[in-house]
Design a protein around this ligand. Structure first.
Ligand code: NAP
Length: 271
C-alpha cells in the first residue's frame, strides 16, 4: 500500500469528493464516506457512514482499520447548511446542524485518535468555513456550528500535539459545489408570513450567487493535499476567493461598529 491511508468524510460530493479524488490520484489509499455509498461510484473505497450515528461511525472506522491497518489522516469534511433566521430555526433543525457539523467531526475523531496516539503519528484536518469567523445573517446556526469547529480544533490541536498528532482547520470561502442544492431551509423560514421573509429571500439569493461563482473545490483539495504530504502546515488555513480572505482579515483589523455597518450595508439590512 503506497502513500498515506486517508479517511475523508462526506466524500460523495463537492469539496470532499475533490479531496478524495486528488489524494487518490496522488497515490494515497483513500477511504471516502457517504450515507448512501451504493448511490455513488469512485476509484477509491466508498464507505458507509452517517456522522450523526455513533454505531455507523464506529463500524466505518473499524472496517478501515481492519482493511488498511491504520488511518494516517482524517479529513472531517461532511457538513450540512441549514439556513433561516435564528428565530425561524427550530431546535430540532439546530440540533441536526450541530450533530452533523460539530458532534460529527468529534465522533469520527474519537474513533480515529486512539490508533493515531498508539502510533504517535497522524493528521486531523477539520473543514470549517469563513462563516466560522463571521456570523452570517440567516445562516446563524450554520455559523454557530463552524465557530464551534474553530474552538474544538484549536483545543484538540493542543491536546494531541504531545502524541505526535497534528490538527489543522481548513476554512474555505465560497466554493462551487452542490451545497446550493443541498442547503436545507428551516421550515418556518419558508413561510411567506415570516417577518424575515423578504430579507431571508434576498440574502440567501446573494449567498447562492456567490457559491455558484465560488472557487473550484480543487482549490481546497490542493491545500489539503499539501497538508497531507507535508508541503503545507499550520493551525488554520483559509482558502477561497481573495475578497473573502480580505474580509476575514478585516474582521480582526477594522473596529467592530464599522465592520458591522459594512455587513448591514452589503446585505441591505436595517440598522
Ligand atoms: N461550498 C462552500 O461554499 C463551503 C464553504 C465553506 C465551508 N464548506 C464546508 O465544506 C464541507 C463540504 O461542503 P460541500 O460544499 O462540499 O457540500 P456538499 O456538496 O453538500 O457535500 C456535503 C457532504 O457531506 C456529507 N454529509 C452530509 N450530512 C452527512 C451526515 N450526517 N453523515 C455523513 N455525511 C454527511 C454528504 O454525503 P452524503 O449525502 O453522501 O452522505 C456530502 O458528501 C462542509 O463541511 C461545508 O460546511 C463549504
Amino acid at each position: 500500500m503506497s502513500g498515506k491511508v486517508v479517511l475523508v468524510t462526506g466524500a460523495s460530493s463537492g469539496i470532499g469528493r475533490a479531496i478524495a479524488d486528488l489524494l487518490h490520484a496522488r497515490g494515497h489509499s483513500v477511504y471516502g464516506t457517504s450515507r448512501r455509498p451504493e448511490a455513488h461510484t469512485a476509484p477509491w473505497r466508498l464507505v458507509a457512514m452517517d456522522v450523526m450515528d455513533d454505531a455507523s461511525v464506529l463500524a466505518a472506522v473499524t472496517m478501515v482499520l481492519a482493511e488498511a491497518g491504520r488511518i494516517d489522516v482524517l479529513v472531517n469534511n461532511a457538513g450540512l447548511v441549514v439556513s433561516g433566521a435564528v428565530e425561524d430555526t427550530s431546535i430540532a433543525e439546530a440540533r441536526r446542524s450541530f450533530e452533523t457539523n460539530v458532534l460529527g467531526p468529534m465522533r469520527v475523531a474519537k474513533a480515529v485518535l486512539p490508533g493515531m496516539r498508539e502510533r504517535r503519528a497522524g493528521l486531523v484536518v477539520n473543514v470549517g468555513s469563513l462563516a466560522g469567523r463571521i456570523g452570517m445573517p440567516f445562516q446563524g446556526i450554520y455559523s454557530a456550528t463552524k465557530f464551534a469547529v474553530e474552538g474544538l480544533t484549536e483545543a484538540l490541536r493542543q491536546e494531541v500535539a504531545g502524541f505526535g498528532i497534528a490538527v489543522t482547520l481548513v476554512a474555505p470561502g465560497d466554493t462551487a459545489t452542490p451545497v446550493v442544492e443541498n442547503r436545507v431551509r428551516a421550515t418556518a423560514a419558508t413561510d411567506p408570513a415570516s417577518p424575515y421573509a423578504a430579507d431571508f429571500a434576498r440574502v440567501i439569493a446573494m449567498y447562492e450567487k456567490d457559491e455558484k461563482a465560488g472557487a473550484p473545490p480543487s482549490a481546497v483539495a490542493g491545500l489539503v493535499a499539501g497538508l497531507v504530504e507535508g508541503s503545507r502546515s499550520g493551525a488554520r488555513r483559509v482558502v477561497g476567493p481573495a475578497p473573502q480572505r480580505v474580509l476575514v482579515a478585516a474582521r480582526n483589523l477594522v473596529p467592530g461598529p464599522i465592520f458591522r455597518w459594512g455587513m448591514s450595508l452589503y446585505f441591505g439590512l436595517k440598522r
